[in-house]
Ligand binder design. Structure first.
Ligand SMILES: Nc1ncnc2c1ncn2[C@@H]1O[C@H](COP(=O)(O)OP(=O)(O)O)[C@@H](O)[C@H]1O
Ligand SMILES: [Mg+2]
Length: 279
């Protein structure tokens, strides 16, 4: 298969795979075109000093008729560049939905969503896809690697699709950075859960996003393995100045973040809206 054709196939696989926890957005993700990913390489951390993420009066309902659920209610949340936020709350409180809204994977019904200086509510689907490629790295609880691609391909192919030069060299460096320099040619099935999540982390960080969102990234890992992944997540956050939003059930882990935001029934219960760290 010609390389570009192989990547097109991989991309089609990769995009829906990445959307698995986000069924609501599958249609939108499927509609992302290859062209829309051919973006110039990231100027991830913008020199402007506004907040990394600013949500004002965000409301979101999903479902139809009697099954319609008001999920996010009057969300006001301002996150400074380089901050680490622990997002906690009971199951069903809206944590994953809030992450999706911040990542440009879900649209709100009302309110303003400014992320990395872009008002997401004003972007069309292609612009949103470009925004995600430039600005947001996402890590899921269940890894979502492409099973038919090796570790290095899982990291490099999205970079190539984004038009980033030296994608494989960059992917190799990223995998080295998460301790998988010896596992480049392994397929996901040949890797442990912790190793798969480290590949997923390398994939999320490789484009140099200014924002990293992680939805219970250790939920499928044992305690020790989970700690390794979290240490790498925080290392990326600190060394690259990446804004980190971490959804977790683990209070101790949430406490490692500079600030804890608690959701209950779609509302923010506690959120210290203090000024941005380093802003
Ligand atoms: N497509 C949908 N239609 C209706 N309700 C939904 C849909 N998706 C999620 N919900 C509901 O939204 C609420 C929040 O879900 P979610 O953001 O996944 O919560 P959390 O991540 O905190 O567990 C839940 O009550 C869930 O059942
Ligand atoms: Mg969730």
């Amino acid at each position: 298969m010609q390389p570009i054709k192989a990547y097109a196939v991989a991309f089609r696989l990769w995009t829906p795979a990445a959307s698995v926890p986000y069924e609501r957005s599958t249609r939108r993700l499927n509609s992302v075109t290859i062209e829309s990913k051919l973006i110039p390489f990231m100027d991830a951390i913008s020199p402007s000093s506004g907040p990394a993420i600013s949500l004002s009066q965000v409301n979101l309902s999903l479902g139809r008729g009697a099954a319609r659920v008001h999920i996010l209610k009057d969300i006001d949340l301002h996150i400074g560049r380089g901050e680490a936020i622990g997002l906690v709350g009971p199951s069903g409180s809206g944590k994953s939905t809030l992450l999706m809204v911040m990542a440009g994977l879900e649209r709100s019904d009302s309110g303003s969503i400014v992320v990395a200086d872009e008002e997401l509510t004003k972007l069309d689907e292609d612009a949103l896809a470009r925004f995600r490629g430039r600005n947001v790295g996402i890590v899921f609880q269940s890894f979502h690697l492409i099973p038919t691609m090796t570790a290095i391909e899982n990291v490099a192919v999205p970079l190539e699709l984004a038009g980033i030069p030296d994608a494989f060299e960059r992917a190799r460096r990223e995998l080295d950075g998460v301790g998988l320099g010896e596992r480049l040619s392994h397929y996901p099935a040949q890797l442990s859960g912790g190793e798969q999540q480290r590949v997923a982390l390398a994939r999320a960080m490789a484009p140099g996003p200014s924002i990293l969102v992680a939805d219970e990234p250790t939920g499928n890992l044992d305690e020790n393995t989970g700690r390794q992944v979290i240490d790498l997540l925080f290392k990326g956050h600190v060394e690259r100045g990446t804004t980190l939003i971490l959804v977790t059930h683990d209070q101790a882990l949430a406490a490692r973040c500079g600030r804890v935001v608690r959701l209950r029934s779609g509302r923010i219960e506690t959120a210290d809206q203090r000024a941005a760290v380093g802003a």
